[in-house]
Design a binder for this molecule. Structure first.
Ligand SMILES: Nc1ncnc2c1ncn2[C@@H]1O[C@H](COP(=O)(O)OP(=O)(O)O)[C@@H](O)[C@H]1O
Ligand SMILES: [Mg+2]
Length: 249
């Protein structure tokens, strides 16, 4: 069984058919990348994986998404789903509070109050976020005072602090400089050993650098899904080939 199984999944914003009959399996301890031109449905599908679209009134879906074999839309506890499936957005969005409180926020909402336990979680998460060394002497400093690249690593650490099983990243480095981008790419390589990672990127080099599997989307369809190596060296669909060779997009 795959970690996530997407079966005949369609979604709509009102009358608009945004995601068309997607079938896709996402494996544990791999990085799966979604690529494709703007507006092709990458974020819509990504957000469906932890039901972020539930908040959009016009959103409708049919088909199924299974996490460890359990249908996520049947599960009434969205809160529990989002604890298992965390998300990091394109624009770093630390909370307007200290670095420490950003990381402790999730664990606290899950009822952890013991100071020593929280200290341990904060340290472990910041280490996993590859930012501990840069902030360990300033944990009381506002997270908003950090650089964009540091803020994004704080957001990754914050996502990891509640020990999710899956981490969704929507173009996590598109607002960052090359050095911060490289730090985050290195970090993904390390954390995939413990997590399942799904990442939207419109940077194809990034997909080849960090992902094991890549799905190419076009106009709401999954055109091709394969190992990253195969998809970028021997695409089977002409549209994939045109896209990865830069003919459009
Ligand atoms: N909340 C929304 N309401 C209506 N249409 C939306 C909404 N979000 C996205 N869309 C539309 O759905 C399509 C796919 O969007 P999106 O998933 O954001 O694409 P991508 O991430 O690939 O750029 C686009 O045509 C977009 O305009
Ligand atoms: Mg998007």
């Amino acid at each position: 069984m795959s970690k996530i199984e997407i079966k005949n999944f369609n979604s709509y914003y009102g009358e608009f058919h945004a995601i068309k009959d997607i079938n896709m399996n996402i494996e544990k301890n791999e990085v799966t990348a979604f690529i494709g031109p703007s507006g092709c449905g990458k974020s819509t599908l990504l957000k469906s994986l932890n039901r972020m679209n539930d908040l959009v009134l016009s959103f409708k879906k049919d088909g199924n998404i299974y996490l460890d074999g359990k249908e996520i839309f049947d599960e009434t506890d969205v809160y529990d789903l989002r604890k298992k499936v965390g998300m990091v957005f394109q624009k770093p969005n630390p909370f307007p509070m200290s670095i420490y409180d950003n990381i402790a926020y999730g664990p606290r909402t899950h009822g952890i109050k013991d100071k020593r336990t929280l200290d341990e979680i904060v340290e472990k998460s910041l280490k996993q976020g590859a930012i501990w060394n840069e902030v360990k002497d300033n944990l009381k400093k506002s997270a908003l005072a950090l650089s964009g690249g540091q803020q994004q690593r704080i957001c990754i650490a914050r996502a990891m602090a509640v020990e999710p099983e899956v981490i969704l990243l929507d173009e996590p480095t598109s607002a960052l400089d090359p050095i911060s981008t490289a730090k985050i790419e290195d970090l993904l390589e390390i954390i995939k050993k413990e997590y399942t990672i799904v990442m939207v990127t419109h940077n194809m080099q990034q997909a080849t650098r960090v992902s094991d599997k890549t799905g190419f989307f076009l106009l709401g369809e999954l055109v091709e899904f394969d190992t990253t190596e195969k998809l970028f060296s021997f695409p089977t669909d002409k549209r994939t080939e045109d896209y990865i060779t830069g003919r459009f997009g």
